[in-house]
Design a protein around this ligand. Structure first.
Ligand code: HEM
Length: 405
């Protein structure tokens, strides 16, 4: 059978500028029941679990991360030319080599070493608000939480946390809608961070310690090592991949759990529930709702021809609600039986989140402490959510009251 060209398919579209945020989400959810693929503003979206996994595992679909600046309309040649290979967007042998060299340093064992520090950080943040019985969880807890952990992971001194926080915020502006106006700020932060990373790398070469940078400097595979530029890129990738994702996922978790007080109490009473609770929160309400690929060559899939250059969104949020994989997927239950297939908020395939073990540990440590220290948690007014189209989704403001502790 000859494949049909994708453009000839009679597909529903989710690209209607008249729709509100909530209406678009509702439309996508209803289409996901009967359609494996829909049209969007820049290409197509796959919505069901099997197709999302198939696309993410198919090496002909390349990460579109490197195309984000162009998609955002950036034409500044200095910015475009200065970009280097990143693990987030590399493909083929280049990517395989990088993952081989850095993989061990991101193992669950490495993440576990930071658990006592994570408990310390989250406890300090709750201490600031616990006696008042009031907080904006997004601003007071989620926002600051990942920065000290990433600094500790890398081996950056405590005095520099604020610097990191600002660089992370400014570099991440690349995902904002008004990136063109913010380009100078982004470039400045990137340059400062690069210079700082080079200094830290030089320090660790002279004075090895028990931290990620020292480990990455020493990492060797068959006589191969990371260059200084690649080490700088890894610091960048950890900041881009590991700060906003974690803080927003924690915000999604707490925001969601305000609607399920009995499950909040369960978490407070039984910290062993933390690992399944994190998987269920990420399944039901992930902070990364989708990712983007482009066809590196003409691709035939399900008897459809997607010409080279086609943009394909993979909706992990919809796949995580696929009833052929998860029983009763619309029910949020931290005690649910595992389905045997993972939730997809960490992605799948060769770009599967490098920091998944660290992120899981951060969330597993934070949630039970928050549940214990913020009993009777209730939303104080309304949660202000970021637009659902935001690349990394979560609450902008999460005002709560609770019984002071
Ligand atoms: C809850 C928090 C997190 C979520 C939801 C998340 C989600 C993801 C997803 C979906 C991808 C794949 C993107 C794609 O396929 O296009 C990814 C990749 C990545 N993540 Fe995470 N992430 C989280 C935390 C972290 C942390 C803590 C770190 C670092 C310490 C990190 C570092 C990375 C890196 C370096 C990649 C690129 C891997 C590659 O391309 O080989 N992430 N993450």
């Amino acid at each position: 059978m000859t494949s049909r060209h994708a453009s000839e398919l009679d597909l529903p579209s989710i690209d209607d500028p008249e729709l509100s945020d909530a209406e678009r989400q509702e439309l996508v959810a209803s289409l996901a029941q009967d359609h494996w693929i829909v049209r969007n503003a820049i290409g197509y979206s796959v919505l069901q679990y099997a197709d999302v996994v198939a696309v993410l595992r198919d090496k002909r679909w390349h990460s579109a991360t490197s195309k984000i600046p162009e998609m955002m309309g950036i034409t500044d040649p200095e910015f475009l030319e200065n970009r280097r290979v990143s693990i987030l967007s590399a493909e083929g042998d280049v990517h395989t080599r990088l993952r081989r060299l850095v993989g061990k340093s991101f193992s669950p064992r490495s993440a576990d070493r930071l658990r006592p520090f994570m408990r310390e950080v989250i406890s300090d943040l709750v201490d600031n608000v616990a006696s008042t019985g009031r907080a904006d969880v997004a601003v007071d807890i989620c926002e600051p939480y990942p920065i000290p952990i990433i600094c500790e992971l890398l081996g950056a001194p405590r005095d520099d946390w604020q610097l990191f926080s600002r660089w992370a915020e400014d570099v991440l502006r690349i995902f904002n809608g008004n990136v063109l106006e913010e380009l100078d700020v982004i470039k400045q932060a990137q340059a400062e961070l690069d210079e700082y990373s080079r200094g830290l790398i030089a320090d660790r070469r002279n004075d090895p310690r028990d931290d990620l940078l020292t480990e990455l400097i020493a990492a060797e595979e068959a006589g191969d090592r990371l260059s200084t530029d690649e080490l700088v890129m890894m610091v960048d990738a950890v900041i881009i991949g590991g700060t906003d994702t974690t803080r927003n996922q924690l915000g999604c978790a707490v925001g969601l759990l305000t609607g399920y007080p009995e499950q909040w109490n369960l978490l407070a009473d039984d910290p062993d529930l933390a690992p399944p609770a994190v998987e269920e929160v990420m399944r039901y309400f992930g902070s990364v709702r989708g990712t983007v690929r482009f066809a590196s060559e003409d691709i035939e899939y399900r008897d459809v021809l997607f010409p080279a250059g086609t943009i394909m969104m993979t909706s992990m949020a919809m796949a995580n609600r696929d009833s052929s994989v998860f029983d009763d997927p619309g029910t949020f239950d931290i005690t649910r039986e595992p389905s045997g297939q993972p939730q997809l908020t960490f992605g799948s395939g060769i770009h599967f989140c490098l920091g998944a073990a660290l992120a899981r540990a951060e969330l597993q440590e934070a949630l039970p402490i928050l549940a214990r220290r913020m009993p009777d948690l209730a939303v104080d007014g309304a949660i202000e959510w970021k637009p659902s189209t935001t690349a990394i989704f979560g609450p902008a403001h999460l005002p709560v009251t609770f019984t002071p502790t």
